[in-house]
Design a binder for this molecule. Structure first.
Ligand code: AMP
Length: 252
Protein backbone atom coordinates (compact mmCIF):
# COMPACT_ATOMS: atom_id res chain seq x y z
CA UNK A 1 0.00 0.00 0.00
CA UNK A 2 1.30 3.44 -0.94
CA UNK A 3 0.80 6.54 1.18
CA UNK A 4 0.93 9.81 -0.73
CA UNK A 5 0.62 13.43 0.42
CA UNK A 6 0.18 15.46 -2.77
CA UNK A 7 -1.88 15.16 -5.96
CA UNK A 8 1.35 14.86 -8.00
CA UNK A 9 2.47 11.90 -5.86
CA UNK A 10 -0.98 10.39 -6.18
CA UNK A 11 -0.90 10.57 -9.99
CA UNK A 12 2.44 8.70 -9.98
CA UNK A 13 1.20 6.08 -7.49
CA UNK A 14 -1.98 5.14 -9.38
CA UNK A 15 -1.76 1.91 -11.38
CA UNK A 16 -3.93 1.45 -14.49
CA UNK A 17 -7.52 0.25 -14.02
CA UNK A 18 -10.85 1.34 -12.61
CA UNK A 19 -10.60 3.39 -9.41
CA UNK A 20 -12.85 3.25 -6.35
CA UNK A 21 -12.45 6.19 -3.96
CA UNK A 22 -13.48 6.19 -0.31
CA UNK A 23 -13.34 9.71 1.18
CA UNK A 24 -12.76 9.64 4.97
CA UNK A 25 -11.63 11.74 7.90
CA UNK A 26 -9.79 8.81 9.53
CA UNK A 27 -10.21 7.15 12.95
CA UNK A 28 -11.30 4.05 11.09
CA UNK A 29 -13.95 1.65 12.39
CA UNK A 30 -15.96 -1.16 10.84
CA UNK A 31 -18.17 1.37 9.00
CA UNK A 32 -15.14 2.61 7.06
CA UNK A 33 -13.95 -0.95 6.54
CA UNK A 34 -17.25 -1.93 4.93
CA UNK A 35 -16.74 0.87 2.37
CA UNK A 36 -13.16 -0.29 1.72
CA UNK A 37 -14.46 -3.85 1.21
CA UNK A 38 -17.11 -2.77 -1.29
CA UNK A 39 -14.57 -0.64 -3.17
CA UNK A 40 -12.15 -3.59 -3.19
CA UNK A 41 -14.80 -5.87 -4.73
CA UNK A 42 -15.91 -3.45 -7.43
CA UNK A 43 -12.69 -1.79 -8.68
CA UNK A 44 -9.15 -2.59 -9.80
CA UNK A 45 -7.65 0.12 -7.61
CA UNK A 46 -8.86 1.29 -4.18
CA UNK A 47 -7.93 4.80 -3.07
CA UNK A 48 -8.80 6.03 0.43
CA UNK A 49 -8.49 9.71 1.20
CA UNK A 50 -7.71 10.60 4.79
CA UNK A 51 -8.23 14.27 5.51
CA UNK A 52 -9.98 16.05 8.35
CA UNK A 53 -11.63 18.71 6.22
CA UNK A 54 -11.62 22.03 8.11
CA UNK A 55 -14.19 23.50 5.70
CA UNK A 56 -16.96 21.23 7.00
CA UNK A 57 -16.51 22.15 10.67
CA UNK A 58 -18.23 25.16 12.26
CA UNK A 59 -16.29 27.60 14.46
CA UNK A 60 -17.53 26.03 17.69
CA UNK A 61 -17.26 22.42 16.54
CA UNK A 62 -14.70 19.69 17.27
CA UNK A 63 -12.09 20.20 14.51
CA UNK A 64 -9.24 20.56 17.01
CA UNK A 65 -10.10 17.48 19.04
CA UNK A 66 -11.34 15.25 16.19
CA UNK A 67 -9.72 11.80 16.78
CA UNK A 68 -6.58 11.30 14.71
CA UNK A 69 -4.44 8.14 14.62
CA UNK A 70 -2.81 7.87 11.24
CA UNK A 71 -0.48 4.96 12.10
CA UNK A 72 -3.42 2.77 13.17
CA UNK A 73 -5.51 3.90 10.18
CA UNK A 74 -2.74 2.95 7.75
CA UNK A 75 -2.49 -0.53 9.30
CA UNK A 76 -6.25 -1.07 9.00
CA UNK A 77 -6.30 0.22 5.42
CA UNK A 78 -3.43 -2.08 4.42
CA UNK A 79 -5.21 -5.07 6.01
CA UNK A 80 -8.37 -4.17 4.07
CA UNK A 81 -6.50 -4.32 0.76
CA UNK A 82 -6.43 -0.58 0.05
CA UNK A 83 -3.89 0.27 -2.69
CA UNK A 84 -3.28 3.96 -2.08
CA UNK A 85 -3.97 6.24 0.88
CA UNK A 86 -4.08 9.91 -0.06
CA UNK A 87 -3.39 11.83 3.16
CA UNK A 88 -2.65 15.44 2.21
CA UNK A 89 -1.41 17.89 4.83
CA UNK A 90 -3.66 20.49 3.29
CA UNK A 91 -6.06 20.66 0.37
CA UNK A 92 -6.89 24.36 0.20
CA UNK A 93 -4.62 27.14 -1.04
CA UNK A 94 -4.55 30.10 1.35
CA UNK A 95 -6.40 32.09 -1.32
CA UNK A 96 -9.04 29.36 -1.88
CA UNK A 97 -12.25 31.12 -2.98
CA UNK A 98 -14.48 28.61 -4.80
CA UNK A 99 -17.28 26.73 -3.07
CA UNK A 100 -19.92 24.24 -4.18
CA UNK A 101 -23.38 25.04 -2.78
CA UNK A 102 -25.97 22.30 -3.19
CA UNK A 103 -29.09 24.36 -2.53
CA UNK A 104 -32.15 23.22 -0.56
CA UNK A 105 -30.86 19.74 0.36
CA UNK A 106 -28.07 21.43 2.33
CA UNK A 107 -30.48 23.60 4.32
CA UNK A 108 -32.61 20.94 6.06
CA UNK A 109 -31.75 18.58 8.97
CA UNK A 110 -27.98 18.85 9.57
CA UNK A 111 -27.84 22.02 7.48
CA UNK A 112 -30.07 23.89 9.94
CA UNK A 113 -27.67 23.19 12.76
CA UNK A 114 -24.40 23.23 10.77
CA UNK A 115 -24.94 26.10 8.31
CA UNK A 116 -21.85 25.78 6.08
CA UNK A 117 -21.23 22.08 6.65
CA UNK A 118 -22.45 20.71 3.30
CA UNK A 119 -20.72 23.45 1.33
CA UNK A 120 -17.49 22.17 2.90
CA UNK A 121 -18.41 18.54 2.21
CA UNK A 122 -19.43 19.12 -1.42
CA UNK A 123 -16.35 21.22 -2.13
CA UNK A 124 -13.88 18.74 -0.67
CA UNK A 125 -15.57 15.84 -2.46
CA UNK A 126 -15.44 17.65 -5.80
CA UNK A 127 -11.75 18.42 -5.21
CA UNK A 128 -11.10 14.75 -4.35
CA UNK A 129 -13.06 13.55 -7.40
CA UNK A 130 -10.96 15.85 -9.61
CA UNK A 131 -7.68 14.76 -8.04
CA UNK A 132 -8.37 10.99 -7.94
CA UNK A 133 -10.70 10.68 -10.97
CA UNK A 134 -12.54 7.62 -9.62
CA UNK A 135 -15.15 5.61 -11.53
CA UNK A 136 -16.94 5.01 -8.23
CA UNK A 137 -16.98 6.74 -4.86
CA UNK A 138 -18.24 5.13 -1.65
CA UNK A 139 -20.29 6.74 1.12
CA UNK A 140 -22.16 5.48 4.19
CA UNK A 141 -25.91 5.62 4.78
CA UNK A 142 -24.94 6.76 8.30
CA UNK A 143 -24.59 10.21 6.73
CA UNK A 144 -27.68 9.85 4.51
CA UNK A 145 -28.00 13.58 3.87
CA UNK A 146 -24.34 13.83 2.88
CA UNK A 147 -24.80 10.99 0.37
CA UNK A 148 -27.87 12.74 -1.07
CA UNK A 149 -25.99 16.06 -1.34
CA UNK A 150 -23.10 14.37 -3.16
CA UNK A 151 -25.46 12.55 -5.54
CA UNK A 152 -27.22 15.87 -6.31
CA UNK A 153 -23.86 17.54 -7.00
CA UNK A 154 -22.76 14.68 -9.29
CA UNK A 155 -26.01 14.90 -11.28
CA UNK A 156 -26.10 18.71 -11.40
CA UNK A 157 -22.47 19.15 -12.46
CA UNK A 158 -22.45 16.18 -14.89
CA UNK A 159 -19.64 14.43 -13.04
CA UNK A 160 -18.75 11.13 -14.60
CA UNK A 161 -18.73 8.76 -11.64
CA UNK A 162 -21.05 6.45 -9.75
CA UNK A 163 -21.92 7.12 -6.11
CA UNK A 164 -22.33 3.97 -4.05
CA UNK A 165 -24.03 4.13 -0.64
CA UNK A 166 -23.47 1.31 1.86
CA UNK A 167 -25.68 0.40 4.86
CA UNK A 168 -25.04 1.67 8.39
CA UNK A 169 -22.72 -0.55 10.43
CA UNK A 170 -23.79 -0.72 14.09
CA UNK A 171 -22.23 -2.02 17.29
CA UNK A 172 -23.87 -5.06 18.90
CA UNK A 173 -25.90 -2.72 21.14
CA UNK A 174 -27.33 -0.88 18.13
CA UNK A 175 -25.28 2.33 18.31
CA UNK A 176 -24.16 3.34 14.80
CA UNK A 177 -20.36 3.27 14.59
CA UNK A 178 -18.85 6.74 14.46
CA UNK A 179 -15.40 8.18 15.03
CA UNK A 180 -17.10 10.52 17.53
CA UNK A 181 -18.25 7.59 19.73
CA UNK A 182 -14.71 7.69 21.15
CA UNK A 183 -15.71 10.91 22.97
CA UNK A 184 -18.44 9.13 24.98
CA UNK A 185 -17.91 8.08 28.61
CA UNK A 186 -19.43 4.66 29.50
CA UNK A 187 -22.36 6.45 31.15
CA UNK A 188 -22.90 8.68 28.10
CA UNK A 189 -22.69 5.71 25.78
CA UNK A 190 -25.49 4.04 27.73
CA UNK A 191 -27.64 7.16 27.34
CA UNK A 192 -26.74 7.39 23.64
CA UNK A 193 -28.46 4.04 23.02
CA UNK A 194 -31.77 5.91 23.19
CA UNK A 195 -30.94 7.20 19.69
CA UNK A 196 -30.95 3.87 17.77
CA UNK A 197 -33.80 2.61 19.95
CA UNK A 198 -35.92 5.66 19.16
CA UNK A 199 -35.25 5.44 15.42
CA UNK A 200 -35.94 1.71 15.37
CA UNK A 201 -39.61 2.51 16.13
CA UNK A 202 -39.75 4.11 12.63
CA UNK A 203 -42.32 6.50 14.13
CA UNK A 204 -41.47 10.19 14.46
CA UNK A 205 -43.74 10.96 17.44
CA UNK A 206 -42.68 7.83 19.33
CA UNK A 207 -39.02 8.54 18.57
CA UNK A 208 -39.38 12.08 19.90
CA UNK A 209 -40.82 10.69 23.16
CA UNK A 210 -38.01 8.18 23.55
CA UNK A 211 -35.43 10.94 23.04
CA UNK A 212 -37.00 13.35 25.52
CA UNK A 213 -34.19 12.83 28.08
CA UNK A 214 -31.51 13.84 25.56
CA UNK A 215 -30.66 17.22 24.08
CA UNK A 216 -32.27 16.84 20.65
CA UNK A 217 -31.29 18.99 17.64
CA UNK A 218 -33.92 17.38 15.41
CA UNK A 219 -36.03 14.24 14.90
CA UNK A 220 -37.63 14.45 11.51
CA UNK A 221 -38.90 12.52 8.54
CA UNK A 222 -37.29 13.80 5.35
CA UNK A 223 -37.09 12.95 1.69
CA UNK A 224 -33.48 12.33 0.63
CA UNK A 225 -32.69 11.18 -2.87
CA UNK A 226 -35.93 9.22 -3.28
CA UNK A 227 -35.66 7.68 0.19
CA UNK A 228 -37.93 8.63 3.07
CA UNK A 229 -35.82 8.56 6.21
CA UNK A 230 -36.43 9.20 9.88
CA UNK A 231 -33.30 11.09 10.92
CA UNK A 232 -32.14 12.49 14.23
CA UNK A 233 -29.28 14.39 15.81
CA UNK A 234 -28.75 14.50 19.56
CA UNK A 235 -26.16 15.79 21.96
CA UNK A 236 -24.96 13.51 24.74
CA UNK A 237 -22.74 15.64 26.98
CA UNK A 238 -20.33 17.38 24.62
CA UNK A 239 -20.81 14.81 21.84
CA UNK A 240 -23.15 15.29 18.91
CA UNK A 241 -24.46 12.06 17.33
CA UNK A 242 -26.54 11.50 14.19
CA UNK A 243 -28.39 8.42 12.97
CA UNK A 244 -31.26 7.51 10.65
CA UNK A 245 -33.52 4.69 9.46
CA UNK A 246 -35.00 4.29 6.00
CA UNK A 247 -38.82 4.28 5.99
CA UNK A 248 -39.40 3.96 2.26
CA UNK A 249 -37.18 3.45 -0.75
CA UNK A 250 -34.03 1.40 -1.30
CA UNK A 251 -32.84 -0.43 1.86
CA UNK A 252 -36.13 0.22 3.72
P1 AMP B 1 -15.99 9.94 8.14
O1 AMP B 1 -14.57 9.47 8.24
O2 AMP B 1 -16.70 9.98 9.45
O3 AMP B 1 -16.12 11.22 7.33
O4 AMP B 1 -16.77 8.84 7.30
C1 AMP B 1 -16.30 8.41 6.05
C2 AMP B 1 -17.38 7.62 5.38
O5 AMP B 1 -17.73 6.50 6.19
C3 AMP B 1 -18.67 8.43 5.17
O6 AMP B 1 -19.19 8.16 3.89
C4 AMP B 1 -19.56 7.92 6.26
O7 AMP B 1 -20.95 7.99 5.94
C5 AMP B 1 -19.12 6.47 6.35
N1 AMP B 1 -19.49 5.92 7.66
C6 AMP B 1 -19.25 6.47 8.88
N2 AMP B 1 -19.80 5.72 9.86
C7 AMP B 1 -20.42 4.68 9.23
C8 AMP B 1 -21.18 3.56 9.69
N3 AMP B 1 -21.42 3.35 11.00
N4 AMP B 1 -21.66 2.70 8.77
C9 AMP B 1 -21.43 2.91 7.45
N5 AMP B 1 -20.73 3.93 6.96
C10 AMP B 1 -20.22 4.81 7.83
Amino acid sequence: MKVVRTSAELRDALPAGSIGLVPTMGAFHAGHLSLFGAAREENDVVVVSLYVNPAQFGAREDLDRYPRDEARDLELAAEAGVDVVFAPDRLYAPEHSTWVEVERLSDILEGEFRPRHFRGVATVCLKLFNIVRPQRAYFGQKDAQQAAVIKRMVADLDLDLEIRVLPIVRDADGLALSSRNAYLSPEERERALALPRALATKDEARARELLSDLDVDYVEVAELDGQRVLAAAVRVGETRLIDNVVLEGENA
